[in-house]
Every structure is written in structure tokens, then in C-alpha cells.
Design a protein around this ligand. Structure first.
Ligand code: ADP
Length: 183
């Protein structure tokens, strides 16, 4: 099974992706987590990504596409849940080419929706504990704007194939809503 989970920063997609990965025995591919690990290792990808991430901007599409092409090829026989990728239209087009070349397709696309003000409050709260370099208020606001400009258009791109989930509620409630839609 190939799942894709989308939503604005703070919507809880990482949390839900972990739960779904466990339940359906999927590899959880969080591009944010992968990139943070690359930064810790000071790898070539990490060095390229760091300045963009710290400012709350997107890492260039080519970097992500190259990384995901090799990861998805390696994992072609496993179930995966994509969390944080694609984040732009060129990434989505690239992803469909990757899957096509592997003779595969996305089974379900989940979009978690949460009101903007709730998101900012959640992220500012999380920032107090996370210690992430991109969790300052200014960068959080930038990440929301980047989402609206570059990632939200994916909703139109995938259109009717998307399952829309109300992300306002407890973790369990949101998981329940998602599970109601997955065959
Ligand atoms: P959040 O969803 O809370 O914003 P993530 O951990 O998913 O956080 O991503 C953190 C940062 O990693 C993003 O702001 C961006 O700089 C970078 N990043 C992650 N995925 C991508 C992607 N698909 N394309 C470009 N940049 C990405």
C-alpha cells in the first residue's frame, strides 16, 4: 500500500502518519525527518537543505526528487506512507513519474484540514518543547505562507482523489476519521 498524507504545518500529519505506519506495517517516510538526519550527519544533502529549512523555506525540488527517487526505488516492495512529500506541483509530477517507472500508484491521499489560527497556536506550543531551529514564531508564519503558496495548490492537482479529514479534535478522533476512509 502506498499512502500519501498532506496538510499544513501543524495539522498533525506526522503524528497520524506514525500511527498509520504502525497499523498497516508501512515505512514512514517523513521528508522533514529525513532531511534533519542528513543535517545531523553533515551530508551533502544536509548541507544543501539546512539554510532553506532554518528559514522555513522549501528545499529545492531537484534535491527532494533525487532523494525520493532512490528511496522509493529501494522500497518498491514495501508499503510506504509519504509525509511531507510532495510539497509542490513539480514534486507531485515527479512523484507520479517515479511511481509510473516502478509500475505503481498511490492508493490513498489523505488531506488533514485545520483552521489557520489553531495551527499557529499549536506550532507555537510545540516550539516550546521541540528545540527545532525552524520553530520560532517568525519562521512558523513563513512556513504557513509557503504552504499556502506552494503546497495548497496540490489539493486542486489531486482533486477528487483526495480524502479530506477534519483535523480539529483529539489524536484518536482524527485517526478514527482517517480509518473510516481507508479500505
Ligand atoms: P512541518 O510539516 O511541521 O512544516 P516538516 O518536518 O515536514 O515540518 O518539514 C520541515 C522542513 O523541511 C520544511 O519547512 C522544508 O524546509 C523541508 N522539507 C520537508 N519536506 C520537503 C519537501 N518535500 N520539499 C521541500 N522542502 C521540504
Amino acid at each position: 500500500m502506498k499512502l500519501l498524507i498532506m496538510g499544513p504545518p501543524g495539522a498533525g500529519k506526522g503524528t497520524q502518519a506514525k500511527i498509520l505506519a504502525k497499523k498497516f506495517n508501512l515505512v514512514h517516510l517523513s521528508t522533514g525527518d529525513i532531511l534533519r538526519k542528513e543535517i545531523d550527519k553533515s551530508s551533502e544533502v544536509g548541507l544543501k537543505a539546512q539554510t532553506y529549512m532554518n528559514a522555513g523555506n522549501l528545499v529545492p525540488d531537484e534535491v527532494l526528487l533525487e532523494m525520493m527517487q532512490s528511496t522509493l526505488t529501494e522500497l518498491k516492495d514495501s508499503g510506504v506512507i509519504l509525509d511531507g512529500f510532495p510539497r509542490t506541483i513539480p514534486q507531485a509530477i515527479g512523484l507520479s513519474k517515479i511511481f509510473q517507472s516502478l509500475n505503481q500508484a498511490i492508493d490513498s491521499i489523505i488531506n488533514i484540514e485545520v483552521d489557520k489560527n489553531v495551527l499557529i497556536t499549536r506550532l507555537v506550543e510545540r516550539a516550546k518543547k521541540s528545540g527545532r531551529a525552524d520553530d520560532t514564531e517568525e519562521v512558523i508564519v513563513n512556513r504557513q505562507n509557503v504552504y499556502l503558496e506552494l503546497t495548497a495548490p496540490l489539493i486542486e492537482f489531486y482533486q477528487s482523489n483526495i480524502i479530506h479529514i477534519d483535523g480539529d479534535g483529539s489524536i484518536d478522533e482524527v485517526t478514527e476519521r482517517i480509518l473510516n476512509h481507508i479500505p
